[in-house]
Design a protein around this ligand. Structure first.
Ligand SMILES: Cc1cc2nc3c(=O)[nH]c(=O)nc-3n(C[C@H](O)[C@H](O)[C@H](O)COP(=O)(O)OP(=O)(O)OC[C@H]3O[C@@H](n4cnc5c(N)ncnc54)[C@H](O)[C@@H]3O)c2cc1C
Length: 368
């Protein structure tokens, strides 16, 4: 029997779920407000394998998400997309001391036993780092992972949403309000559904609290900037220096640098030019040539965090037609597509072979 499925939120989670659901024989409606979308602001690093986080569940989900990018790109290619937004460029981590690079190398090697996508792992002396990224100063040791990559989040959700439309799904622009587990209010109308997916990122409290739930999700502001350079960036690896900045090369000289993690700014989206200037100065310590280029664009978005810093997704225990996903934090571009895919698969009752019980929404969404 055909199902009516409403997805609220057109970031990476909602757009991926809508894409896969639109390939089935069901009625799909994706509603997106478009304000503060973290996915459009995101830098685009897809490489959880250098992270030293101890949370094994986070790692398992996020590594699965990074590997899943290959499937998502293959599925977009099958759908006729030729200009893909994800590229495996390799990721270059920088460390000030050789023993720090060796420590990360050991972690990555162990992870590669289960995840061959990580590929070649290379430890680099200071003078060898510039062979891979000539703009860097030869002051740091490097660890290069072949399987790392980068994605243009805005382009990816545009492509996914285009496919939803081509497959006969509906795309509505504006704010939706949840009435109950099967009804959504949108521009004076009530839309009914067999399943509703709340993929609203940091805005989950806004949509669920009016229904009497307490939601453990808080907003975090993130800002970054772009440079249009005349450097040959096409084949540069993503660069992850230590400290709070990353340097991402895109095609045709575009370089993205960011991002801030601001916990005390709520849903604010205004630009803080002092913070942008501080990140620019810091990036120039690693790549002095970047000082020659002015900031060409800035982006601001709102990440969603839980009090445990862990993401959650799945059905609400007392309302199984209502699906949620939030708390993806600073790695949601990496694990978000997999989460969207898994929710879509489960709604159409297809197997996923991935145990999502460690990511249950129950601890984060309590009836008041
Ligand atoms: C500056 C920055 C840099 C980042 N860099 C990276 C990175 O390099 N790698 C990485 O893996 N992750 C990164 N992230 C994190 C990642 O972007 C997010 O975790 C991820 O995009 C979250 O996706 P989402 O679909 O859950 O939410 P979002 O992308 O925020 O989408 C939610 C959507 O729901 C809409 N919405 C909310 N309420 C309603 C409503 N009532 N009705 C209709 N629509 C509604 C919003 O407008 C929004 O469009 C970064 C984030 C930021 C901000």
């Amino acid at each position: 029997m055909q199902k009516r499925i409403i997805i609220i939120g057109g970031g990476i989670v909602g757009s991926t779920a809508a894409f896969y659901l639109s390939q089935t024989d069901n009625h799909i409606t994706l509603i997106d407000h478009g304000l503060g979308t973290a996915t459009r602001a995101a830098a685009g690093i897809i490489c959880p394998w250098l992270a030293q986080k101890k949370n094994k569940d986070w790692y398992r989900l996020t590594s699965t998400g990074a590997v899943f990018y290959r499937q998502l790109m293959a599925d977009l290619t099958k759908a006729g997309v030729t200009d893909l937004p994800f590229k495996q460029t390799g990721t270059l981590g920088l460390k000030s001391r050789p023993e720090l690079a060796e420590k990360v190398q050991a972690i990555a090697k162990e992870r590669r036993q289960d995840t061959p996508t990580i590929g070649d792992i290379r430890l680099l002396e200071k003078e060898d780092v510039t062979d891979y990224l000539p703009a860097l100063t030869p002051d740091n040791y490097g660890i290069l992972l072949e399987g790392g990559g980068r994605v243009d989040g805005g382009k990816l959700i545009d492509l996914l949403q285009e496919q939803v439309l081509l497959n006969g799904g509906k795309l509505l622009k504006g704010q939706a309000f949840l009435q109950n587990e099967r009804e959504v209010a949108f521009e004076g109308e009530i839309l009914t559904a067999d399943h509703i997916i709340l993929a609203v990122g940091a805005w989950l409290p806004h949509i669920l609290e009016p229904l009497g739930y307490q939601v453990d999700v808080r907003p975090q502001k993130g800002q970054l900037f772009e440079l249009e350079t005349d450097l040959d960036t096409d084949n540069w690896p993503v660069c992850m220096p230590y400290g709070e900045i990353d340097i991402l090369p895109f095609e045709k000289g575009k370089v993205i640098i960011g991002a801030t993690h601001e916990d005390d700014m709520g849903y604010d989206l205004t630009l803080d030019s002092d913070k942008i200037a501080a990140m620019k100065e810091r990036s120039e310590n690693f790549m002095p040539i970047l000082a020659q280029y002015a900031v060409s664009k800035t982006r601001t978005g709102t990440r969603a965090y839980t009090s445990t810093y862990a993401p959650f997704y799945g059905q609400l225990a007392d309302k199984p037609s209502l699906w949620v996903a939030s708390g993806l934090g600073s790695s949601g571009l990496t694990n978000g597509p997999f989460i969207g895919w898994q929710i879509a698969q489960e709604i159409v009752e297809k197997p996923t072979h991935f145990d999502r019980s460690p990511y249950s929404p129950a601890p984060y969404i309590q009836p008041q």
